[in-house]
Design a binder for this molecule. Structure first.
Ligand SMILES: CC(C)(COP(=O)(O)OP(=O)(O)OC[C@H]1O[C@@H](n2cnc3c(N)ncnc32)[C@H](O)[C@@H]1OP(=O)(O)O)[C@@H](O)C(=O)NCCC(=O)NCCS
Length: 214
């Protein structure tokens, strides 16, 4: 995993390399691909996500989303990424959100993959790359994630990349319009990372990240 600053138009962008894919914050040039993939994956994604606003897939809403994301990154509040295959095909999104510093040094992980690309190991590889970024570059101590108890894909993903189940929170998040119970998972910087399970050629990127852009 590596981290670079890119030249214009991606100036100030963060770049995280994974195995066969890369992650960077979204840009306006991603709008068509992003909106198309989200629309195509609507039925696949909506049971697992907060209710989409009515204008969510519009260019104006995407622009607002990018501005918000940029502010969050500048303020070290969240690191929202899009995930691309090495041939630049957009696969999905991944966010390290709710960054807490001070005595906590933790962030919350969230992710989605476009339906055409599901079940091919992409999100496992994206999460592995971001674990390196979170611990080695952001110097976090703990990553948290939560998922619905019947979200088998998400549970498998978290457990296979090395998260531990820590608890159960009642009516924890309002998903698809309903307050729903969640399983709570976490990974510590000191936890060992299991080896990649399939189709991967490199171990995790811990310790190989460059410094965070200032
Ligand atoms: C959860 C999600 C991101 C997983 O992405 P993905 O790229 O398909 O995940 P991977 O291909 O890396 O697979 C991860 C594990 O889940 C398993 N898996 C994937 N899809 C599955 C499914 N539909 N049913 C059961 N297991 C599944 C894989 O086999 C793999 O386990 P393995 O290592 O034992 O083979 C994707 O299913 C998704 O976007 N779902 C809808 C949105 C969502 O649930 N977001 C997360 C909310 S907590």
């Amino acid at each position: 995993m590596a981290l670079f600053r890119l030249g214009a138009p991606s100036e100030n962008a963060i770049f995280v390399r994974g195995d066969g894919l890369y992650l960077r914050p979204g840009e306006m040039r991603d709008f068509d691909g992003w909106a198309g993939l989200r629309e195509r994956s609507r039925a696949f994604l909506t049971p697992w996500e907060p209710t989409w606003p009515g204008d969510d897939l519009t260019r104006a809403a995407f622009r607002r989303r990018l501005r918000r994301n940029q502010t969050e990154i500048e303020n070290d509040e969240a690191y929202p990424f899009l995930v691309f295959r090495d041939d630049h095909v957009l696969l999905g999104g991944l966010t390290l959100g709710q960054v807490r510093r001070g005595v906590v040094q933790a962030a919350t992980l969230g992710y989605w993959i476009g339906e055409p690309y599901a079940g091919k190991g992409f999100m496992s590889r994206a999460v592995r790359a971001v674990i390196g970024f979170a611990f080695a570059t952001l110097r976090l101590h703990r990553l948290e994630a939560s998922c619905l108890p019947h979200n088998v894909a998400s549970i498998k993903l978290l457990e296979h990349v090395g998260f531990s189940r820590e608890g159960f929170a009642r009516a924890y998040l309002r998903i698809n319009g309903i307050w729903q119970d969640h399983l709570l998972y976490a990974m510590l910087e000191s936890d060992s990372l299991p080896p990649p399970s399939r189709g991967t050629t490199s171990p995790d990127g811990r310790g190989r990240a460059a410094s965070l852009p200032s």
